[in-house]
Design a binder for this molecule. Sequence first.
Ligand code: SF4
Ligand code: SF4
Length: 218
Amino acid sequence: MIITKKKKLEDILQAIGGGRGVFIVGCGECSATSKTGGEAEVLSMQEALQKHGFNVTGYVVPDAPCFASKVRVALAKNKKALDAADSILVLACGLGAQSVKDNLVAEKAVHIGCDTVSIGQVDKDGMFLERCSACGECLLELTDMICPVTRCAKGLLNGPCGGQDKGKCETDRTKDCAWVLIYKSLKKKDKLHLLKQIKTPKAFSKMLKPRYVNPAAG
Ligand code: SF4
Ligand code: SF4
C-alpha cells in the first residue's frame, strides 16, 4: 500500500488561503489504513477547518481515489457540494490527489493534505515498513523476497558492503543489514548459489518517468 502522513494543519490552511468553501476527498484504502484520509480523519479535518472559519460544503471517501472510475462516480454524486466549494482538499497520497484533479468536470483548486512516504507493508504490530521502490525490474527472485533496492541503505545490488557489523547496517545500527538478511534467508533454503550471480546495474530506461503500463499487454 501507499504510506502517507498528515501535513501540518497550519500548512494546509496556508495552502487553501482565502477561499472559504472547501470540499474534502478522503481515501478508503491506503490513507484510511495510514490514518490520514479515512472517514475519521476527514471528519476531524472538517471540524478543524470549521474552527478556522471555513465552510466545508461536503466530503466523500471513495474506496480508492487513484481509480479514475471510482473517483468520477464519487465526485459526480457530490456535484452540488463540489459546485459550492472554492477548492478541494484531498486527504490521500499524491496519486489520489492527481487523480482527483484529472477527473474534475469543472476547474477547481485542489490542495493536498498528506505527504506520500513510501510503498510499504503493514506488519502484525501495525507498523508501516517501506518495502518497494517501484524500480521496474524486480530482483526479489534472486534475494528471497527481500528488496535490496529499498532495504539496503545504499541500494546495493550486490552486497553486503564492508560496513555491516554483526548483521546491522553501518548507516543505522538499529536496522538490520538487508544483505545479511538476504544471506541468512538464502542459506536456510540452500540457495546461496544465487549470491554468486552478479547483478548488473539496473536498466534506468525502465525507470524513465512518467511510466505508462498497459496491464492488458502483459
Ligand atoms: S527489486 Fe525492490 S524496488 Fe524493485 S520492484 Fe522488486 S521489490 Fe520493488
Ligand atoms: S551495511 Fe548492509 S544495509 Fe547497510 S549499506 Fe551496507 S550492505 Fe546496505
